[in-house]
Design a protein around this ligand. Structure first.
Ligand SMILES: [Fe+2]
Length: 230
């Protein structure tokens, strides 16, 4: 993706969230120059992969297959292993009409996906086979505390305020309908480097073509700007 496209997506996402009275934390707005001056006090943001995360899954068609994410909070794998401290995570997602996040499941992370405003969010669901394929068995999920059993490949529609709990090993694909959707994700600790199993191989993080300076840093940029010991 071009940096100019990333910058434009950031500005639009921020405006969309604000229009729904959802506000990002202060570090969302630090400039690259401010990041260069940050010390060890900001280490949690970097080590826990908080912040801006925009992906086209390496396919070069963000509008067709892409996702806007902002990780607001996240514990660590150690927290999870010890069952102590921050064992949870929260993200903001923005999903456009017909903008697909392809089939994947998580080995460790249980996530609630919440429609917080805007259009509708559609999710298509399959159990996974032991070999990592799509299973044809019925899917049992909890929607806002109400259990539903669905046919393999059924599509669930979440209106504003509705949510679904996605257990580990459950394949999900999702996209928006009727308008851009403000989506919340509340989950156990998130590790996007190890915990995503995509059905078809895709990249989780985009290649960036630097055609202008970054407006704000993506989580993948921290290593080039943040040097707390320097
Ligand atoms: Fe997921």
């Amino acid at each position: 993706m071009k940096r100019s496209q990333i910058n434009a997506i950031m500005a639009e996402a921020d405006a969309f969230a604000r229009a729904h009275h959802f506000y990002l934390p202060p570090f969302a707005y630090w400039t690259p120059e401010e990041w260069r001056r940050k010390g060890p006090e900001a280490r949690e943001i970097v080590e826990h992969n908080l912040g801006w995360d925009i992906t086209d899954f390496g396919l070069g068609d963000y509008a067709g297959m892409g996702l806007f994410l902002f990780t607001i909070r996240n514990g660590s794998v150690d927290n999870l292993r010890l069952g102590q401290g921050k064992v949870y995570a929260e993200k903001l997602l923005i999903v456009d009409v017909d903008q697909v996040t392809p089939y994947h499941f998580h080995w460790q992370k249980v996530e609630d996906i919440i429609n917080r405003g805007g259009g509708k969010l559609l999710l298509q669901l399959y159990n996974s086979t032991p070999e990592g394929g799509l299973d044809d068995t019925d899917v049992t999920v909890s929607l806002d505390g109400v259990v539903r059993t669905l046919r393999a490949g059924a599509i669930v529609t979440l209106g504003n305020g509705e949510s679904i709990t996605l257990p580990t090993g459950l394949y999900h694909k999702f996209w928006g309908a009727e308008g851009r959707v403000l989506v919340g994700e509340v989950s156990t600790v998130n590790d996007d480097h190890t915990d995503n199993r995509f059905l078809d191989p895709v990249g989780r993080f985009p290649e960036i073509e630097e055609d202008e300076p970054p407006l704000h840093l993506l989580m993948g940029d921290y290593g080039r700007y943040y040097h707390p010991g320097a």
